[in-house]
Write a protein that binds this ligand. Structure first.
Ligand code: NAD
Length: 484
């Protein structure tokens, strides 16, 4: 592993402060602030305003005030504004991507891809129609099912993909006629605040409000009487708090939570050929992806060959500052997560597991860890049981596919999973038995605006994207007419 630190010293000299909250169509400062760390350097490079209860009240008031006019607009009018946003995101892509890499750590090409994907998914979502559904229409009666917007949607996002994970719920909420208060993670608020400036150019005042803030601001949103729905993306532990808090006002909730995705590699695959894809799906964003592969179950017939091929991939992957164009894997995003992953590495070493690649903890600066592959580890170890959310993945052997399925499903998580097979029909049959929201065959992490995404079990509640996801930002209402 080579760690390159070619970052300009600019970050450590000039603190960037050109950020504002967006409330009721105005870009505003506040009495409090957040310091934002560049994880490649481990130092503060920017400062932004942080909202507290008074700003939240103002933002909610603005969103409530804007709601009647916004909901009265047609889907087509709202879609046109969303498309302008996608256009502006593409125009500003490079500048936003550089900021995203500085605050989040991922390689610049992946920051560009995240913004591009967010824009493409936004365009895709506003092409989906939510028609009135006629349930019955005869001589006696006409019954139809209509969908109307809920009101104000509070959107809370995590730090691993702040742009894409904001745009999904944001566009869903806006397109279906809701107004929004959006809060990014305190670790990565900056790109979202800059997108707030673009939103302010496009949408009427109050329709979207963007508040950076700490965890307590998220908690205040879930309790706020003026918010009708929370769309939350983050950890299972916080998701449970969100659900409990939302119960007091019976807010609607969508929870997109953590995962512990299994990949089951069957005996008929060309291990070398699938290794590249499996490696990328495990280690992209240094494993900090909800739907990354977090456990690899390999049939004994292909196990050795797969291990060798994955080790080869790990050896080739260049770890470094995301601003260096040759970097493939950036740092872990924050110190808390870095300490957690280092703890898991140490625990795994103590348990006597075999490290095929990585495992060493480089000296700083920055929160860098090498891609780490582990074998000979027990099913009940922390690494297999917990969501590692970092660049360490166990490879587990099986001889019977029923056993592999049982072990893959033996978890409270249920976000997604995959089966890798030459016989795709057999692969699909096995994939359908994974207890997850999405089961892929010969791929992992493929999502689209037209395909519902979300977690089974403790990985979430509800679905994002597709008509199913969009309808979760709306209240179904039956209109039932007696004709005589
Ligand atoms: P987190 O739960 O710590 O924080 C997420 C957001 O919630 C942040 O904005 C935070 O400020 C806010 N928050 C914290 N406490 C809160 C509370 N009591 N009430 C309301 N909001 C609160 O998660 P994280 O560490 O930022 O993100 C990593 C986790 O997110 C991982 O578990 C990952 O798998 C998950 N994730 C899930 C998806 C998905 O689509 N299923 C996508 C990305 C990440």
């Amino acid at each position: 592993m080579a760690v390159s630190l070619t970052e300009s010293s600019r970050d450590s000299i000039a603190l960037r402060t050109d950020f504002s909250l967006l409330i009721g169509g105005e870009l505003v400062q506040s009495a409090h602030h957040l310091d934002v760390i560049n994880p490649a350097l481990g130092t503060v490079f920017a400062r932004c305003p942080a909202a507290q209860a008074p700003e939240l009240d103002r933002a909610v008031d603005a969103a409530r005030g804007a709601f009647p006019t916004w909901r009265a607009r047609s889907f087509a009018e709202r879609a046109a504004l969303v498309k302008r946003l996608s256009q502006r995101l593409r125009e500003r892509q490079n500048e936003l991507a550089e900021l995203l890499t500085r605050e989040q750590g991922k390689p610049l090409s992946q920051s560009v891809a995240e913004i591009d994907r967010g824009a493409a998914q936004s365009d895709g979502m506003v092409g989906i129609e939510i028609p009135v559904e006629v349930i019955a229409d005869d001589i006696d009666k006409h019954i139809e099912l209509r969908y109307r917007p809920l009101g104000v949607v509070g959107i809370i996002t995590p730090w691993n993909a702040p742009v894409n994970l904001a745009l999904g719920p944001l566009v869903s909420a806006l397109y279906t006629g809701n107004t929004v208060v959006l809060k990014p993670s305190p670790y990565t608020p900056l790109t979202t605040l800059k997108i707030g400036e673009l939103l302010n150019e496009i949408f009427p005042p109050g329709v979207v409000n963007v508040l950076a803030g700490g965890d307590e601001l998220g908690a205040a949103m879930t309790a706020h009487r003026g918010i009708d729905k929370i769309s939350f993306t983050g950890s299972v532990a916080t998701g449970k708090k969100v659900l409990a808090s939302a119960a007091a006002t019976l807010k609607r909730v969508t929870l997109e939570l953590g995962g512990n995705d299994a990949a089951i590699v069957l005996d008929d695959v060309d291990a070398k050929a699938v290794a590249k894809k499996i490696f990328f799906a495990s280690f992209v964003n240094s494993g900090q992806v909800c739907m990354a592969i977090k456990r690899i179950y390999a049939h004994e017939r292909v196990y050795e060959e797969l291990c060798d091929a994955l080790v080869e991939e790990a050896g080739k992957a260049k770890v470094g500052n995301g601003l260096d164009p040759s970097t493939e894997l950036g740092p872990v995003q924050n110190k808390m997560q870095y300490d957690k992953v280092v703890g898991l590495i140490e625990d795994t070493k103590k348990a006597g597991a075999k490290f095929l690649a990585g495992g060493e903890i480089p000296a700083g600066p920055g929160y860098f860890l090498p891609p780490t592959l582990v074998t000979d580890i027990a099913d009940d170890s922390r690494l297999v049981q917990e969501e590692q959310f970092g660049p360490i993945v166990p490879i587990l052997k099986f001889s019977d596919v029923e056993d592999a399925l049982r072990r893959a499903n033996d978890t409270r998580y249920g976000l997604s999973g995959s089966v890798w097979a030459k016989d795709v029909q057999r692969g699909a049959e096995i994939a359908a038995r994974l207890e997850v929201g999405t089961a892929w065959v010969n791929q992992h992490r493929t999502t689209s605006a037209f395909v519902p995404f979300g977690g089974a079990k403790e990985s979430g509640l509800g679905r994002q994207y597709s008509a199913l996801g969009l309808k979760s930002y709306m209240e179904p209402e039956v209109v039932s007419v007696a004709k005589r």
